[in-house]
Design a protein around this ligand. Structure first.
Ligand SMILES: Nc1ncnc2c1ncn2[C@@H]1O[C@H](COP(=O)(O)OP(=O)(O)OP(=O)(O)O)[C@@H](O)[C@H]1O
Length: 296
């Protein structure tokens, strides 16, 4: 069953296009990534989906219900973390969370303490004494405290240190294992790769691809630099999947798409001084796979 169905959603801000004709579905139990560079329309899509802003055209359904008409009812079962969080500065964290919990028809106290413990959040502090990262944690606890069926997170990891990001991802995996569906936006591909089953890729307001992470990884090329201890014949680089070679006898820069083991096995036959392997970043993937003139 689709938990989220987005159909031809368009949002214009006056003359500016926020998003255009965005369509994708998120199935029950999925961790779905929504990825694209800054300003590509991730927040606009999410905010339109949640009826925080209204679409210019198109529609969305959540839990099979129209997202505008049934907005209030649907929100009982959604946890949402906005990309930027604003709070009443003078409030204590625990009072703020109790206030958030009061909107839901269930007792959330136990879960608030559990989440604060996992995220190492001090509930007794005042909001204005918290760092940016700790404010983000408040937003995370706020989003998860009612154990929602659908969790929507807009750039959730900005401000969290790497260890805390890991803790947070574990927490999300656990909630997902218990049945929650998750939609998570990010501009960092590696982050989405670690967590998600499928991704929608958005660029300049349009969804350019919806892919299983595995398929995306198979399409991804690596950027490789080789340095040999002695001059080598360029022919050794005639390997399936190698392209864009630049070669000076002892050094080569190239792109490789395929199983890295096959490549390394060939290179191990030669006297290598060094090898550097880079993962392309998101922009690079767009350039290589989603533009005309793509080589494969
Ligand atoms: N309130 C607004 N008024 C006018 N234009 C807006 C408004 N909000 C967003 N936009 C424009 O819509 C486009 C999409 O912005 P959006 O914030 O949805 O992107 P994003 O992918 O979430 O980016 P980021 O990661 O930087 O938050 C951008 O061109 C942005 O300038």
């Amino acid at each position: 069953m689709s938990i989220i169905e987005i159909e031809n959603l368009t949002k214009r801000y006056g003359r500016n296009i926020g998003i255009e004709d965005v369509s994708f579905q998120v199935e029950e139990g999925e961790i779905f990534g929504f990825i694209g560079p800054n300003g590509s329309g991730k927040s606009t899509t999410i905010r339109t989906l949640l009826s925080i802003i209204y679409p210019t055209s198109g529609k969305a359904r959540i839990f099979g219900k129209d997202s505008v008409r049934y907005a209030a009812e649907i929100k009982q079962d959604i946890g949402y973390l906005p990309s930027e969080v604003f709070y009443y500065e003078n409030m204590k964290v625990k009072d703020l969370l109790a206030y958030s919990a009061s909107f839901y028809r269930k007792d959330c106290r136990k879960r608030i303490y559990e989440l604060a413990d996992i995220m190492q959040l001090d509930l007794t502090k005042r909001i204005n004494d918290l760092s940016f990262g700790n404010r983000k944690k408040v937003g995370i606890v706020q989003a998860l405290l009612h154990e929602p069926k659908l969790i929507i997170l807009d750039e959730p990891t900005s401000g969290l240190d790497p260890l805390m990001q890991q803790t947070f991802f574990q927490l999300l995996k656990e909630d997902n294992r218990k049945g929650a569906t998750i939609l998570l936006s990010s501009h960092i591909l590696s982050e989405v790769e670690r967590l998600c089953d499928r991704v929608a890729i958005i660029k300049e307001g349009k969804v350019v691809a919806v892919e299983h992470i595995k398929a995306l990884q198979e399409k991804k090329h690596k950027i490789i630099r080789l340095e040999f201890n002695e001059p080598i014949d360029e022919k050794i680089l005639m390997i399936d999947g190698v392209y864009n070679v630049s070669w000076d006898g002892v050094k080569a820069d190239l792109c490789y798409r395929g199983d890295i083991n096959s490549f390394i096995k060939v290179m191990a036959l030669y006297n290598l001084r060094n090898i550097w392997i880079h993962e392309p970043d998101l922009e690079d993937i767009f350039l290589h796979y989603y533009q005309k003139g793509d080589e494969g």
